[in-house]
Design a protein around this ligand. Sequence first.
Ligand SMILES: [Zn+2]
Length: 128
Amino acid sequence: IPLLPLVRCPCCRVRSAVCLVSKPEQNPDRVFYKCPNHRNGKGGCNFFHWEDGEDSYVDYLSSIGVVIPCIDSAGEIEEQEHKVEQKAMKNVEKKVEKVEKKDEMQQILEKIEDLIGLCKMTLCVLWC
Ligand SMILES: [Zn+2]
């Protein structure tokens, strides 16, 4: 279950929302958030949101300005790393054109490898 911040119930303002999973016989294992005082159709508190879909808990959180942790940040990191590598490779190609001696080329390749490593480290620091 991806954990979203549990906010205080906006309806009764006494208790914090709880995160639960629906029973399979009613809904197929869907995650929802509700007030512990919520009773379906029996009065009590109105606060109830599914995690996804229409009028979701995520929508509610953004409407009250709560910051939601980015769930697919891992994919973005991979993409950025890829771009950095491509940029570094273009630099290598430019330099290789100018260099004719093999040992000089080797030295430059080693430097570029260091550069790629440094870029990856920088990304890790930024994202962690
Ligand atoms: Zn409530």
